[in-house]
Ligand binder design. Structure first.
Ligand code: MN
Length: 362
């Protein structure tokens, strides 16, 4: 088979002649020969493999500079490079999906004329317990008039890490939410919490580089006066008891949960998986700190539970539901939930925050 003209080569490789000229200029796919007299580009049939790879990678959305790197690699490292690229695309898409959800929540709330309701407030209680096995308590639980939070620290500085993350949001509660977009406020607070945890991790080794084994989950709900803004990173959880039904409103950022999402693991298998607590997102050096951000419109009668995995990993959901439905006082409910975890062996630190949404009595 002889040399191919740019038209024939374009047809065979499914790249346009215009694209081929560009890839020539970039050095990505130079023609085998350029006719000295006519200046026509001529391609060798052996170049088709690379051209087809370039075409497929373009269809994948890979930038040209990166395609150039892939083309310079052997098959195995090239496959690895494509795998890495795709993982980044998926992480980016997930973050944008959360942002889109937040904006949809935010705008549809502005649009819908909410019926006037009596002002609401929350009645709350928080309790954190070492459990029966661990030597210390690295969880932090907090409940106040403007903030509900649970953080589950890990590593040599787990306790200060979880406390530092919650402290950042406690300052928002005290100082009030600064003017501006709530989304920006939450994002700034997460960044500040990330730096605070990073600082804690940095003090644990004394080498100047932060300890990658230190970090914390953070699940917090900030009361704006009419809404609860949820910030969630890690595997602590929020449940909502509304009209007798228990709903889990957070998604665990764990390896096993992502395997369940991909259909690679059954939910039943996930519960007993040896690596079920392996986090894919957390506040800590080297971790993906992308938060889930949501706005919730609370209704009178709603009851929220925030808990660390020390409860959810050992207590059957039915038992949690039974206590939340049956124990009226938040103070007594958190004690009953902690007792439930400890009755199940108490293998981990356990933290619970219970908050009831009530109408303000005039
Ligand atoms: Mn835990």
């Amino acid at each position: 088979m002889g040399m191919l003209t740019i038209g024939a080569f374009a047809k065979a490789s499914r790249l346009s002649p215009k694209a081929l000229r560009l890839y020539d200029e970039l050095g990505l796919l130079p023609p085998a020969r350029v006719d000295a007299v006519t200046g026509y580009r001529l391609y060798a049939p052996e170049q088709l493999d690379r051209a087809r790879l370039v075409a497929w990678l373009r269809r994948l959305g890979m930038p040209l500079a990166r395609i150039q790197r892939v083309c310079a690699l052997d098959a195995d490292p090239a496959a690895q490079e494509i795998r890495t690229f795709w993982a980044q695309v998926e992480a980016d898409t997930a973050a944008r999906r959360d942002l889109a959800t937040f904006l949809v929540d935010h705008l549809s709330r502005k649009e819908s004329a909410m019926p006037p309701t009596a002002p609401l407030e929350i009645r709350y209680a928080a309790l954190s317990d070492r459990g029966l096995v661990r030597e210390s308590n690295q969880d932090t639980a907090y409940a106040g008039a403007g903030l509900l939070a649970v953080a589950d620290g890990y590593g040599s500085q787990g306790a200060p890490a979880s406390a530092a993350a919650v402290d950042v949001f406690k300052r928002l509660e005290t100082d009030g939410i600064p003017a501006g977009s709530l989304l920006d406020v939450l994002e700034d607070a997460v960044e500040e919490a990330r730096r605070a945890v990073h600082g804690v991790a940095g003090t644990s080794v004394g080498t100047g580089s932060p300890d990658d084994g230190v970090g914390t989950t953070l699940t917090a709900m900030l009361w704006t006066g009419s809404q609860l803004a949820l910030v969630h990173i890690g595997d602590s959880r929020v449940y909502l008891l509304r009209e007798g039904e228990l709903h889990r409103i957070t998604h665990d950022h764990t390896l096993v949960q992502s395997m369940v999402d991909d259909g690679r693991l059954d939910p039943e298998e996930a519960a007993s998986h040896p690596q079920r607590s392996l986090l894919v997102r957390a506040l800590g050096p080297g971790a993906d700190v992308t938060p889930d951000l949501r706005l919730h419109d609370p209704r009178p009668g709603d009851r929220y539970l925030l808990c660390s995995d020390g409860l959810s990993a050992v207590a059957p959901t039915g038992e949690i539901h039974r206590i939340l439905s049956g124990v009226a006082e938040p103070e007594r409910a958190v004690r009953a939930l902690v007792a439930l975890a400890n009755d199940s062996g108490g293998p981990d630190n356990v933290s619970c925050v219970v908050a009831d949404v009530v109408e303000v009595r005039g």
